[in-house]
Write a protein that binds this ligand. Structure first.
Ligand SMILES: [Zn+2]
Length: 55
């Protein structure tokens, strides 16, 4: 299989933060991207809020 280099630009779909530095080629030839720190923090806060509501 020929090797193809693709310049991929990735942005967070939630906040628009650039995620190029966090994008990694995975073994299947796809790209895996972790959520940007900003949104991870937001999710964390939301989890906390949800837990507080249950109590
Ligand atoms: Zn984000």
């Amino acid at each position: 299989m020929p090797t193809v280099e693709v310049d991929i630009q990735v942005w967070c779909g939630t906040c628009g933060e650039g995620l190029c530095n966090q994008a990694e080629n995975d073994r299947r030839g796809g790209v895996s991207v972790e959520a940007c720190p900003k949104c991870l923090e937001a999710e964390y806060d939301r989890g906390y809020a949800a837990r507080d509501n249950e109590e």
